[in-house]
Design a protein around this ligand. Structure first.
Ligand code: HPA
Length: 269
């Protein structure tokens, strides 16, 4: 895998992707943050050696490098999901590439269903921990040059970044929750019984992404910060008919607040 990573980073460096400070993976309907990147270089995933291509509407499939405030970032506009049929190695390959390009932290966002009865549609949840019900992306042969066989997951989400984000949210008057994100394969949204089940086993929100990338990042020692945008509710009495379109619509309404939070957080690094 290291050879493939090297081939990809050589290509990206030749296109000007030099020493980024941070990486961002943007979730469904949340790609607008990339408009704040200046002096940007954009490359379609299909033009990047060894990159998979995103198949989901609302996930454009572009890698964008540039200035974000005073920092250099690389943003993934569009990510890869297990339900698209990709293997774990494909889903997580871009995270490996970002790490070897030199990022110091990984930021992620996703759209999720709220399970905590205190949540409302449009709320932001800072992820403090996760329950991974997707296949673990580290299953298979381990390359000890990249990370350990048995990585610790005691602090999958960086507590320093979480505390910083809480302060920033307070300063801007942005309401945020903290909570546990559960990742499931999808592509179906949950039955009411499944929502109840996920709540009982300790989750505050459910979605179909993020944990493979975070596990991969932690395997390489990369600190992670992630937020969920609550686009629908899996709470008894509040469950409504959900479609991909309603998820995109609700995520878009929260995008501005999420972007503000991420912008200040990255600036504070
Ligand atoms: N379940 C799973 N994934 C999701 C949901 C949901 O309710 N909303 C947005 N992504």
């Amino acid at each position: 895998m290291l050879e493939k990573i090297k081939e990809t980073i050589d290509f990206l460096k030749s296109r000007g992707f030099n020493s980024p400070d941070a990486g961002i993976i943007l979730g469904t309907g949340l790609g607008g943050l990339t408009e704040k990147i200046t002096n940007s270089i954009e490359i379609d995933y299909r033009d990047i050696p060894n990159f998979p291509v995103s198949t989901v509407k609302g996930h454009e499939g572009k890698l964008i490098y540039g200035d974000f405030g005073k920092k250099k970032i690389v943003a993934m506009k569009g990510r890869f999901h297990y339900y698209e049929g990709y293997g774990s190695e494909q889903i997580t390959f871009p995270v490996r590439v970002l790490k070897y390009l030199g990022i110091k932290c990984l930021f992620l966002s996703n759209a999720a269903g709220g399970l905590n009865p205190d949540f409302e549609i449009g709320d932001i949840m800072i992820i403090t921990d996760h329950i991974n019900l997707l296949p673990n992306p580290l299953i298979g042969q381990n390359d000890d040059r990249i990370g350990p066989r048995f990585p610790d997951m005691g602090e999958a989400y960086d507590s320093y970044l979480i505390n910083k984000a809480l302060m920033i949210a307070q300063n801007h008057g942005i309401k945020v929750h903290r909570g546990v994100y559960l990742a499931t394969t999808g592509p179906t949204f949950e039955t009411p019984a499944e929502y109840r089940h996920f709540r009982i086993i300790g989750a505050d929100a459910v979605g179909m992404s993020t944990t493979p990338e975070v596990i991969t990042a932690r395997h390489m020692g990369l600190p992670c910060f992630a937020v969920s945008i609550i686009t629908d509710l899996g709470v008894e009495g509040k469950i409504k008919y959900t479609t991909h379109e309603t998820v995109i619509q609700e995520a878009a309404k929260t995008e501005e607040r999420m972007t503000k939070l991420m912008t200040d957080l990255i600036a504070s690094l």
